[in-house]
Design a protein around this ligand. Structure first.
Ligand code: MG
Length: 408
């Protein structure tokens, strides 16, 4: 709730580029108790697409031209988590927060010293890690003409009190962070409130406190919709989706043939040993199914074929379990940040019968590729007595695979 003397919002700044070189500092609030979040780790230290929420918030500012310093107000009970979150970043020591957000920001402001009067400060909540560079540029530009600037979202939902009394949404803004001020001016405003209203009200944002102390209403910059506050697990999932790289579907095919030997007592197909009156000839275990599948995966990745990576001339692969080749292809998928959507395999032969072994093949391939059996199709066909497979001279296999790959 804003103090009663707060004026209506005054519109927003049109998009104009920031003037590079304006000196500013950043204070990030990360000292809250995160009681609404429901994870074992405190919210600033929860992983968001590969790094903590706090680190992501810090990185949003670090490359901005004109940045003089960035400080974090934290909870000293989270000391180890904090240091892990800022590992490798060159930051001044964090400041221990207070009992309320207002007190934490005040303590943070007191840690800056010898600041020229023209230097600005952006105060930001760690829980908004997706703040956009374009929004920051607009705030910094607006600060050249205004004493108090607030990133804000026009209210678009209809509003009502719990008792059913409607409230007009016209001219209403939801206040966000960052909020920008002259650093010394904001410090003086906090000192004023600390001295004259130590018992409250407690201000949940700094433009409200600044207005209570100075009478100056904020200038609003309309935020990007990505600048939502991560408050619930659902918010975290939404943020993760926004950070996912765009994916493209890629398809690969593979085909392989191995001839029957004159003797033997089994073949290996799809990673499964199947009793048979003749073995298949080959440098490795001659698993024609896994060879076709390996080629399909390498083909989808555009990374050559099995013979390029495992030359038949290399004695090291003699008698090799073909699961090794397929595991290599899976490793390439993982390295490329890709995922297997599904694979479809067709074995072409008169004998042995494939059907009784199809489930075992699915399970073995699923195990090697770290997918589930329902992502795998195993089919078999004959060629009606025609051709080399029809004459029982060998077995052919063809494979199709679909991958989801990050766009280049
Ligand atoms: Mg082969």
């Amino acid at each position: 709730m804003l103090p009663k003397n707060q004026k209506e919002p005054r519109g927003h700044v049109p998009p104009t580029p920031s003037k590079a070189g304006a000196s500013f500092h950043v204070l990030i609030a990360a000292a809250g108790a995160s009681t609404r979040f429901g994870t074992s780790a405190p919210k600033p230290y929860v992983n968001l697409a590969g790094m903590s929420i706090l680190r992501r918030s810090i990185l949003a500012f670090l490359d901005l031209p004109g940045l003089q310093s960035l400080r974090v107000v934290y909870n000293p009970a989270h000391e180890a988590l904090y240091h892990e979150a800022v590992r490798g970043l060159s930051l001044p020591a964090p400041i221990a927060g207070g009992k309320t957000r207002q007190e934490s920001i005040y303590k943070g402001l007191l840690s800056f010293s010898d600041i020229p009067d023209e230097d600005k400060i952006l105060v930001h909540d760690a829980a908004r890690p997706l703040v956009q560079t374009a929004d920051l540029a607009q705030i910094l530009t607006a600060l050249q003409a205004h004493d108090s600037v607030c990133l804000a979202a026009p209210v678009v939902d209809s509003l009502s009190h719990a008792n059913g009394t409607r409230v007009s949404r016209d001219g209403l803004y939801a206040l966000q962070t960052p909020q920008g001020f002259g650093l010394n001016a904001l410090l003086r405003a906090h000192q004023h409130i600390h001295k004259h209203a130590p018992a409250g009200p407690d201000f949940s944002d700094d433009t409200s406190l600044f207005q209570a102390a100075t009478g100056i209403a904020p200038h609003f910059v309309v935020s990007s919709s990505a600048n939502f506050k991560i408050t619930t697990q659902q918010d975290l999932i939404m943020a993760q989706r926004l950070l996912q790289p765009p994916l493209q579907t890629r398809v690969g095919t593979g085909f392989d043939v191995h001839a029957f030997d004159t003797g033997g007592d089994h073949v290996v197909l799809g990673g499964v040993r199947i009793p048979h009156t003749r073995a298949l000839k080959g440098h490795s275990d001659a698993d024609v199914a896994l060879h076709a599948l390996t080629d399909a995966i390498l083909g989808a990745l555009g990374e050559g074929d099995i013979g390029v990576h495992f030359p038949p001339s290399d004695a090291a692969y003699k008698g090799m379990d073909s699961a090794h080749f397929l595991a290599f292809a899976h490793q390439r998928v993982t390295t490329r940040g890709a995922m297997i959507n599904n694979v479809d395999l067709t074995l072409i032969c008169e004998n042995p019968k494939i059907g009784p072994h199809a489930l075992a093949m699915k399970r073995r391939i699923a195990d090697i590729l770290h997918i589930t059996p329902d992502q795998i199709g195993i089919k078999a066909t004959t060629t009606e007595g025609l051709g080399f497979t029809g004459r029982g001279e060998g077995i052919a296999a063809q494979a199709v695979v679909s991958l989801s790959c990050p766009c280049p």
